[in-house]
Ligand binder design. Structure first.
Ligand SMILES: Cc1cc2nc3c(=O)[nH]c(=O)nc-3n(C[C@H](O)[C@H](O)[C@H](O)COP(=O)(O)OP(=O)(O)OC[C@H]3O[C@@H](n4cnc5c(N)ncnc54)[C@H](O)[C@@H]3O)c2cc1C
Length: 472
């Protein structure tokens, strides 16, 4: 399926001066978001719901330009989208995963159906969409106002604090002024590098923790005989792993993670070309995906292909002054956990919760001081950093278990990847700690009461009985 381009309006020189220029301005608190991808657009929805004004500055003109593969929207991300009124639109095009198939090099494999039970308990499961479809849902959901608030061809090159405002400069020569700048600008974040420069050496040294041990080959293919919708296949091999998903209309999304011969430290990159990546995928033609299906069939049916390094690190510095980061700009995790996009959505929701509680206690024209903003951003960082590290740790483990990285991972993976209980436990931990928008109701589908199933009640009663026995 080819999605037609969505061309973002480019800013006119005058539009850059239309934002507040001082704290005494009669204009309301204004947020400048750098990056209009999954995290930036989700933040735009959250801010709209909170009644906070914003402008998105996106370097690409075509919103759908960065061709990706499929994205798994995890239950926590789905709940936020539901609060924002976007879940039905997503559901109309997304394919829910019902069966998880995991295969091993010796030909053995298991099929698990726990996702269905999980969805029944929490209201949301895992939905598969192409990244283009998700971006389209997020962008069109903003409605007509997106033409005013989302600027394409606006590559940010510089960020400066000036008194009680922040100024953002673009390559086209426009200067935007806002009360807060949010870096939703991904791996090569200009917001992160500008701030790391200011905060000094230790923070700069932190970039050296951004490393890549793997690369990923990503593609979409037309339907492949034998693959059924609602199944997710993970095929684990020594040194690599294949992920194959079949979408609602039969379109197949896939990616392969491959262990590299050495570790690369950001911004060092190996000299792989497109041809090298294609040769690698072709060399896997005879590799089994599931049953009789070979990777060659998926590869031959491809309609798009790209490749990238898998950079991994959860940064420690998330904010400075009136600048803060969300999503991939600070949380770079492997695709194997399927949580990257949902982490970005949670960051957007958590930041908006803080802004909403600070701004709703003020009159529309009185702006919080820089000190109040810094406290708010510190609180946001403290609330999100620990969770991001936990998810980062699990994603780090997942790619190594899936790719049987050394004998220990192969041994542990043999047990862990077969365990339905562990999968349910882990997903429950992620769901329970998940962020939602505090100022919006949770739709009935995801409401608290659905969580109380018989097992939870028995567990709770047992804990109370044990506690009583210990005390008395
Ligand atoms: C193969 C693969 C599979 C994945 N599978 C999943 C999955 O199943 N589930 C999941 O949750 N996640 C998955 N992810 C991760 C997910 O895609 C990312 O976590 C998510 O897209 C991050 O979004 P983001 O908006 O934070 O950053 P990005 O998508 O990197 O977007 C950053 C945006 O900022 C813009 N930008 C950058 N610099 C500037 C600048 N200077 N000025 C203006 N704009 C700028 C860019 O153009 C871009 O639009 C996967 C990733 C890969 C590679």
């Amino acid at each position: 399926m080819t999605t037609p381009p969505i061309l973002l309006p480019t800013p006119s020189p005058s539009s850059s001066s239309s934002h507040p220029t001082s704290t005494t301005s009669s204009k309301p608190f204004h947020v400048l978001i750098i990056g209009g991808s999954i995290t930036g657009l989700t933040l735009a929805h959250c801010l709209t719901a909170a009644g906070i004004s914003y402008t998105i500055l996106e370097k690409h003109r075509n919103l759908l330009a960065p061709l990706g593969g499929v994205i798994g929207v995890a239950p926590t991300g789905a709940r936020i989208l539901d609060q924002l009124g976007l879940f039905e639109n997503l559901n109309a095009i997304a394919q829910g995963i019902r069966i998880l198939c995991t295969g091993f090099p010796d030909g053995s494999g298991i099929s698990q159906a726990w996702v269905r039970e999980f969805e029944g308990r929490y209201g949301y499961g895992f939905s598969i969409v192409t990244s283009q479809q998700l971006l389209e849902v997020l962008y069109t959901g903003l409605g007509e106002r997106a033409k005013e608030t989302v600027h394409g061809g606006a590559e940010v090159t510089k960020i400066c604090h000036e008194g009680d405002v922040v100024k953002v400069h673009t390559r086209a020569g426009n200067v935007y002024t806002g009360d807060l700048v949010v870096g939703a600008d991904g791996l090569h974040s200009i917001a992160r590098s500008e701030i790391l420069k200011i905060v000094g050496r230790n923070a700069i040294a932190e970039t050296s923790n951004l490393t890549a041990d793997y690369r990923v080959h990503v593609g979409l293919s037309t339907s492949v005989p034998g693959l059924s919708t609602s199944e997710q296949i993970i095929r684990s091999y020594d040194g690599f792993a294949l992920f194959v998903f079949c979408g609602k209309d039969g379109e197949v999304g896939w990616f392969a993670t491959e262990k590299l011969d050495q570790r690369y430290t950001y911004p060092e990159r190996p000299g792989y070309t497109e041809e090298d990546a294609m040769a690698y995928c072709e060399s896997m033609s005879d590799v089994n995906v599931w049953g009789d299906i070979k990777f060659g069939a998926v590869w031959k049916a491809r309609t798009s292909f790209s490749h990238a390094l898998v950079d991994e690190h959860v940064f420690s510095t998330w904010n400075y002054g009136r600048v803060v980061y969300v999503g991939d700009s600070v949380v770079k995790i492997s695709p194997n956990s399927g949580l990257g996009a949902s982490v970005g959505m949670e960051c957007a929701a958590a930041l908006t919760n803080k802004l909403h509680s600070l701004l709703s206690s003020k009159s529309p024209i009185s702006k919080p001081s820089t000190a109040a903003i810094e406290t708010l951003l510190d609180e946001y960082t403290n609330s999100q950093h620990r969770r991001a590290r936990m998810i980062g740790f699990a994603s780090y483990g997942a790619i190594r278990l899936h790719s049987r990285d050394g004998w220990l991972n192969a041994l542990i993976g043999g047990f862990v990847l077969r365990s339905e209980r562990l999968a349910v436990f882990w997903t429950t931990v992620i769901m329970r700690g998940g962020i939602k928008l505090d100022f919006l109701p949770v739709p009935r589908r995801g409401s608290e009461k659905q969580r109380w199933n018989m097992r939870s009640v028995i567990l709770l009663v047992s804990v109370v009985v044990v506690l009583l026995a210990v005390v008395f």
